[in-house]
Design a protein around this ligand. Structure first.
Ligand code: IMP
Length: 497
């Protein structure tokens, strides 16, 4: 039986990221590899991401501190990298929880050039979404889009600015100009209401005339600056210095199809959640990575929020239900749904229940669907072939497994560069274009289910033939190379291939 150490032999930098829409069980794989790593670093996203950590038998959802923090007392360094949207209130709370559980936080490093989340980012995110009506992206409301917008329009603030009050005030004033102007056109009562939210200090940042109380923001962030000062460092330089000598683990956030650069717009987040973005977000280059492990939930998929999902169980019915309903209502009204139900919407509901597919950050219902090979082909082109397959055990009871092999385009003629996509056309690799994908019909290959529990398997040979056949089929069809199969939440429920 192979261990994780066999997998990482001769490697110095390993990256773990998601090749789908996030929520693929990255936390467990990062946790396994954190044992090997000396440095664990996050490079993308913000507290829109969430991972569950179990401390003293209690479950906590953490959003920003890397999962390696549970090994802080062993001297492991955890880094919040330059590409992360750093929300000081959230990290302070995460540290408070860790300390209250008698954990140590002595080796947490925050990149001085990480982007700083400010109250106006949360306000703009929420006001903008509420103005979008039917075109909502379904953001997490954590200010991520407005924060990275500021970065690209060159009016953002960094973590280091918290340490220099004059610079902070000057940059803050400049940053607020366009936001105040825009918000002055919004319904003042709605803006006030948004600003009463507890994540916005219950209205502390609100000013009845100027919208933002600059003094309150400056005072609060100066305190954060004092608090975080010992942790703020040139983390890029630190990582580069230890490249080749220490074991470095890069922890991704979100997933490839949510990447601002490789995802399907507009249903994406605002950072580059690809392996490239991850490397850059910690001060490295993609070529510095020795082993890039892309996680693939297998053989089903999920997505949270709005956006195309060609293989969704129940299509529109499901997306509307997941948008408008919640976990409580679903368990009251649809508890009888089964994974082998004739109705595909109900099958999707049942898989959500079995897989506990509810958003870690927002509690929303995750939409469920079949594994989509056109999307996977695209993902592997960007990320390379190595795959970690997760959550196959969720499908233990399914009579049949449907895998989407390709799409048939069903929309009107559509110009895609110098090429015209026509009705009836077969599509093997998903183009990153919503106008094409929303008109694609998924075509499925049917496989028999394995109909038994797989969580005791420890080698590939222990897996039922039906599952091995599906894995082999996908590997051959899309050029994927399986490195790990995760078959349950516990550390032991893992097969290293
Ligand atoms: P934002 O990142 O909050 O701006 O949200 C943009 C889109 O990305 C929405 O559809 C979110 O549901 C989705 N999203 C953001 N973070 C995550 C994540 O960690 N897992 C899954 N989806 C996410």
């Amino acid at each position: 039986m192979k261990t994780i150490y066999d997998l990482v032999e001769f490697t110095k930098v390993v990256a773990v990221f998601c090749n789908q829409w996030g929520d693929t069980g990255k936390g467990k794989i990062v946790d396994l590899l954190a044992e090997w790593a000396d440095i664990i670093a996050r490079g993308t996203g913000g507290n829109n991401a969430g991972h569950t950590m179990v401390i003293n038998g209690k479950k906590y959802i953490f959003h920003l501190i890397p999962s390696g923090i549970l090994r802080d007392s062993m001297g492991k360094i955890n880094i919040i990298g330059n590409g992360v949207a750093f929300n000081p209130a959230v990290v302070q709370e995460e540290i408070r929880i860790l300390l209250s559980e008698d954990m140590t936080v002595n080796n947490l490093m925050i990149a001085l050039n990480a982007h700083l989340v400010l109250p106006q980012h949360l306000v703009m995110d929420r006001v903008r979404e509420s103005n979008l009506g039917d075109n909502k992206i379904g953001t997490t409301g954590k200010g991520i889009g407005p924060l990275y917008t500021d970065h690209y329009t060159r009016v953002g603030l960094t973590v280091n600015d918290m340490l220099n009050k004059d610079v902070f005030v000057r940059k803050l004033r400049r940053n607020l100009v366009d936001k105040i102007r825009l918000l002055s056109f919004a319904d003042p009562e709605m803006v006030k209401l948004v600003m009463q939210h507890h994540e916005l200090k219950n209205g502390d940042y609100y000013h009845p005339r100027k919208i933002f109380d600059i003094d309150s923001i400056v005072e609060t962030y100066a305190k954060y600056g004092e608090y975080f000062k010992p942790m703020i460092r040139d983390a890029d330089a630190y990582i580069r210095k230890h490249l080749g000598s220490k074991n470095i683990l890069l922890e991704g956030a979100q997933g490839l199809h949510l990447s601002i650069d490789y995802g399907i717009h507009p249903g994406v987040t605002s950072s580059d959640s690809s392996v490239e973005g991850l490397a850059k977000g910690v001060g490295l280059k993609e070529r510095d990575i020795d082993l890039a492990l892309g996680i693939v939930k297998f053989p089903y998929m999920t997505r949270v929020g709005e956006g195309v999902f060609p293989t969704e169980f129940g299509g529109k019915e499901s997306s509307v239900w997941c948008r408008d309903s919640n976990q409580k209502r679903e368990s009251e009204e649809l508890s009888s749904a089964g994974v082998n139900d004739k109705n595909e919407f109900r099958r999707g509901v049942a898989i959500r229940q079995v897989g506990q597919e509810f958003g870690a950050t927002t509690g929303r219902l995750r939409r469920t669907g079949r594994l989509d090979l056109p999307l996977l082909r695209f993902a592997l082109q960007i990320s390379g072939p190595n795959a970690v397959l997760t959550k196959a055990d969720i499908m233990d009871e399914c009579d049949k497994i449907e895998i989407c092999t390709h799409y048939i385009y069903q929309g009107p003629d559509y110009q895609y560069g110098n090429y015209t996509v026509k009705k009836g056309e077969k599509i093997l690799v998903a183009p990153q274009d919503t106008n094409i994908l929303k008109n694609c019909k998924a075509v499925y290959e049917m496989f028999p289910g394995w109909k038994c529990s797989i969580s005791d398997a420890r080698t590939m040979n222990d897996l039922p033939q039906e599952l091995k056949d599906i894995i082999e089929y996908v590997e051959k069809t899309v050029g994927m190379e399986t490195k790990i199969v995760s078959i349950g939440p516990d550390r032991g429920e893992t097969i290293i291939v």
